[in-house]
Structures are given as C-alpha cells and as structure tokens.
Design a binder for this molecule. Structure first.
Ligand code: VAH
Length: 342
C-alpha cells in the first residue's frame, strides 16, 4: 500500500491520499440489509456516487433491496474474507452495522458474542491495518438498570444486563482504546442510537421494534398487540435524523471530536403516547397489551431520555423530527408503499 509520511511521522494510507486528492471515499457498510443500511447507502451514494458505496451483509440481497449500487455478501466474522474485500475494493471508510440486537441477542447469546464482539474485533483490526475511518453505532442499550434514566449523559454508569449492551460497551471501550493508543491512532467514531422509526425498512430483533410494527398493523388491520407496558418511556428517533447525524459524524474533522462515543437523541415517548398520536390518522385503531417479560425487562433497564449536548457542541448534531412529524411522515410513507404494492 503506497503511503506518504506526515508531520506525525506516521504514514497516511491510500485512503487519506485519496481524500487529499479530492477523490470521494470508497465506503463499505456491513450489516447493510438491516433497518439502517439501505437508507444510509442511498444517502452516501447520492453524495459520493453509486459505485463508491458498497453494501454488504452475510445473506444475499433480494432483488432491489441493495439499492442503486454494489452489494457484496460478506460475513464479518470471517477475517480473511473481510480483509480481501477491504483491500480489493480500496475501502477508505467502514460503517459497521452488523450486530444482533437486544431481544434476538438474548435468544442467541453465543452468536451475539461471535458477531457483535468477534465481528467488531475483525473490523477494528482492519481499520488499523488499512488506516480506515470507522463508524460503529452503539445504543441506549449500552446503559443498564443502575444508569441514571433521565437526561442520561455520555459519561455515566454503564452496567447493561443484556449481551447486546455488554457487546456495545466493549465496542465503545475497545474502539476508544485503539483511537488513543499512540501507535494505532485509529479514527474510530461511535454514536449511541435510540430506537429508530422507519417507514421503508423494518427492524429485526429489537426491543423498540413495536414502534415501527404498530404503524403497519394499525394501517392494515386497525389493531395491534403491544409487548411493552403502555407507560414504558424510551428514547426514539426518526430514521432521516439518524442517517443525517451518522453522515455528519462521518464527515466531522477528527480534531473536532473531543470524544469518540456520543449520545444522539431526538424525543422520547411511551406506547400510549404513540397510540394517541397514531389515532389521529387511524381513529379506529385498537391496541391491547400482552407483555413480553424479556423485552419489558430490557426496556426497563434502559434510559428514558438522553443528553446529547456534547454531540451538538462537537459536530453540530440536532434532531429535526419530533413525535408528531415522525408519525405523520411514517403514516404517509407506509400508505404510499401499500398503494404501490396493490
Ligand atoms: C433494539 N432497536 O431495540 C434496537 C436499539 C435502542 C434500541 O438498539 O435492540
């Protein structure tokens, strides 16, 4: 790999050379077929060109799901294969979404350790090897029952009691270790996402998934059975804000980031508050509550609201969508998609 020396005496990899030459970065997104990957790819492809943003996942992309650019089947737990993709595709930035979420992780602990921790080790070591820029999301799930639950700050008690949360605390700490290590100096960036609401993509295996599924059930059947108590208040965000914030953080000059792991917040709501807002569009909606003890215990261990003032200070983060605007947007998108499918 060609490199040029810098004032620090370290070597800038080909990625920095490309960046300095004004060429767009080549970006690999792992776990790309999940709730966020295709929307992020669409946003980055509009900025950097379709062919410079490669979606990947450990399963084949059904026709049309990988959007307007390239897709590579890739298992993040296979270091040699992932190494070959990064090298052969000349990757500069890596967005690492591949993970088992909170509820599915509790059902498949060994796989969650293999993917969430082993997969991250591979990604982090390749980031160091090829001098990449790495964005890996964390989550409100990285906090636990002993964390202050209101206006939770970036730096506080983190004793999560799910394998998802434990793996994400490991991601945060190991990523920051590789960043501050004098020989590694890895460009690691991490944002703790709340529950994400999306109208074009579905979440899978999370505790906050109800906030998406209720829209589809309300519109299609006029009723929904919620697995969380009606008063379970959780931090949430609309996907457009999440994608924009992720791109803004990817773009932020490294020396602007005083930290490497930041809370990103928008608004919080309970199932009951969401139901009342959705009934403005589906007045006949009926919701009953059949509590899932596993997901209720997970939700009860998470913050009710986040403080994201450091993200605003360091890279200008600010959410745009509130509950009313999110509900209206989601309803319109899903109605449009249903009409298209007819
Ligand atoms: C989950 N949607 O429910 C994910 C997210 C904040 C929650 O990490 O597991």
């Amino acid at each position: 790999m060609h490199a040029i020396a810098t004032r620090r005496g370290s070597f800038l990899g080909s990625s920095m050379r490309r960046w300095l030459s004004g060429k767009p970065p080549r970006i690999l997104i792992t776990g790309g077929l999940g709730q966020l990957g295709t929307e992020l790819a669409q946003c980055l492809r509009s900025k950097y060109g379709n062919d410079n943003v490669i979606l990947s996942d450990n399963k084949e992309a059904e026709s049309g799901t990988s959007g307007s650019g390239p897709f590579i089947r890739c298992d993040v737990t296979d270091f040699d294969y992932l190494d070959g993709v990064v090298k052969n595709e000349g990757i500069d930035w890596l967005v690492h979404f591949a993970t088992l979420l909170s509820a599915i992780g509790e059902k498949k602990v060994d796989e969650a350790i293999r993917v969430n921790i082993g997969g991250f080790h591979n990604v982090l070591n390749l980031t160091r090897k090829y001098n990449l820029r790495l964005f890996c999301p964390s989550t409100i799930g990285a906090f636990g029952p002993s964390t202050p639950r209101i206006d939770t700050p970036d730096l506080t008690i983190q004793r999560p009691n799910t394998i998802y949360g434990v793996s994400k605390v490991h991601v945060e700490l190991l990523g920051e270790y590789y960043h501050q290590h004098p020989e590694y100096q890895v460009d690691f960036r991490c944002a703790r996402f709340p529950g994400i609401l999306s109208g074009n993509t579905l979440p899978g295996g999370g505790t906050t998934d109800y906030a998406v599924h209720i829209f589809y059930e309300a519109i299609k059947r006029g009723r929904y059975t919620c697995y969380l108590r009606p008063d379970t208040r959780l931090p949430m965000m609309y996907i457009d804000d999440c994608i924009r914030g992720t791109v803004e953080m990817l773009h932020a000059p490294s020396d602007q980031l005083k930290m490497r792991t930041y809370n990103m917040a928008a608004f919080s709501f309970t199932p009951d508050q969401l139901v009342k807002e959705l009934q403005k569009y589906v007045p006949h909606l009926k919701v009953d509550y059949v509590i899932d003890p596993v997901r209720q215990k997970i939700a009860d261990s998470w913050p009710e609201s986040l403080n994201d003032s450091n993200a605003t200070r360091d890279w200008g983060w600010k959410h745009d969508y509130d509950l009313a605007k999110t509900t209206r947007t989601m309803y319109d998108i899903i109605m449009r998609n249903i009409d298209k499918d007819k």
